[in-house]
Design a protein around this ligand. Sequence first.
Ligand SMILES: [Zn+2]
Length: 155
Amino acid sequence: MILNIVPITAETADAIRAGGPDAAGRPAARMVSTGAGFPCRLCLRNIGEGEGALLFSYAPNPPGPFWEAGPVFIHEAACRRRRCNGRLPTVARGGARTIRAYDADHRIVYAENRLVDDPAALEMELRGALIHPDVAYVHVRNSRAGCFAFRVERA
Ligand SMILES: [Zn+2]
């Protein structure tokens, strides 16, 4: 199984950078990265110290019972969307992660949700969740902050 890593869309990032409303109906907050802890959800790289970051509310799922929004960063300056198929991005290795599994109707498949404390085990756990036939895709989240990092599907 090839893991298809899916960042937020370029259209979402473009609209936020242009001052458009986020999932909460507000423009993004401008920040300056202090180094670690500023993962860009478009290029899936960390936003380096001193670089501009935009913080906004993002809803990874379409409207429905499992719709929810939470805070994410992107680079303030243009960057390239990265789909790194087949291998996990560097931002996946920053610490404990939660895998949240969803079916094709965007409902949580509770039995396949996983807490992954060891970053080295993340790929194996993703494969374990995605092999389940009811699972259409998963979200990878930062366990401590709860923030959405990226979606993963079977390629
Ligand atoms: Zn970026």
